[in-house]
Design a protein around this ligand. Structure first.
Ligand SMILES: [Zn+2]
Length: 226
C-alpha cells in the first residue's frame, strides 16, 4: 500500500496523522508527506522549519515533498490542485490523508479543498483533525497504541514549535489520542472522517479462502473433516 499525507505547514501532518503514518510504515507501506509551505510566517527561520520537517519525516520513514507555496497565502485554486495532482501521479497513493475542511486557518481550508479536487481518482481520502479544526465528526479510528511514541518523537523534531514556542502541546495530543481511543473502545486512537473510503472486503476474503483451503486439506477421501 502507498500512502500520501498532505499538510499546509511543517508539523500539520504529524499532528493529524503522525501515529497512523508510523503504523503504515511499520506495516511496510510506502509513506510520502507533502508540505505545501515552509511555514515562513512563524516565529523562526525558514531553514529551521525545513530542517525540522526533514527530521520529522526521517522519524516517520516518510519521503518528503515541498509544495513551494507562501505561508498564509495558499489558495484552493488550480495551481494548488495541479501541484497535488503531480505528487499523486508520482506517489500513486492508495490512501490520502489531508486537513479537515472546516478549520479556522485559511491555508488548512484551502489545502482540504484542493486535495479533494486533486484526489478525484483516489479511492480513499481521509480528513485528519488538528488544533484549529472547527468541526469534526470522526468515523474512522486507527489503533495507535504502538506508534503514539513515534508520533511524539516526530513532533519533538519540530523544536521551534514544540519546545521553544509552546505552539504544540504534546500532553494535549496524548489526551486526545486517549479520548479518541475511548470513543473507539480501544486505548489510543487517531481519528478520521472520510470523503471517500473504499473498503476492499476481498482482502479479508483472501485470508478466509486460504483458511478454507487448509480446511479442505484435512478432509479424508470421503470428504469428511478429520
Ligand atoms: Zn498548519
Amino acid at each position: 500500500m502507498k500512502v500520501l499525507a498532505i499538510g499546509a505547514h511543517p508539523d500539520d501532518v504529524e499532528l493529524g496523522c503522525g501515529a497512523t503514518l508510523a503504523k503504515h510504515r511499520a506495516a511496510g507501506h510506502g509513506v510520502a508527506v507533502l508540505v505545501m509551505t515552509v511555514g515562513e510566517r512563524g516565529p523562526q527561520l525558514l531553514t529551521t522549519r525545513m530542517a525540522e520537517q526533514r527530521d520529522a519525516c526521517e522519524v516517520l520513514g516518510a519521503q518528503l515533498y515541498w509544495g513551494g507555496f507562501s505561508d498564509c497565502d495558499v489558495s484552493a485554486g488550480s495551481k494548488t490542485v495541479e501541484l497535488i495532482e503531480r505528487v499523486i501521479a508520482e506517489v500513486q497513493p492508495d490512501i490520502v490523508y489531508t486537513h479537515a475542511p472546516e478549520d479556522s486557518h485559511q491555508d488548512h481550508r484551502a489545502v482540504a479543498q484542493a486535495s479533494l479536487s486533486a484526489c478525484r481518482r483516489v479511492s480513499r481520502v481521509c480528513f485528519y483533525e488538528g488544533p484549529t479544526t472547527l468541526r469534526f465528526e470522526p468515523t474512522i479510528f486507527v489503533d495507535v497504541k504502538d506508534t503514539m511514541e513515534t508520533k511524539l518523537t516526530a513532533l519533538r523534531a519540530h523544536t521551534s514549535q514544540v519546545l521553544k514556542n509552546g505552539l504544540v502541546d504534546l500532553e494535549a495530543l496524548e489526551a486526545l489520542a486517549r479520548y479518541r481511543g475511548f470513543q473507539a473502545r480501544i486505548r489510543h486512537a487517531e481519528a478520521f472522517s472520510a470523503a471517500r473510503f473504499l473498503w476492499q472486503i476481498d482482502d479479508v476474503g483472501a485470508g478466509a479462502a486460504t483458511a478454507g483451503a487448509a480446511g479442505v486439506a484435512v478432509m479424508d477421501n470421503e470428504g469428511v473433516l478429520l
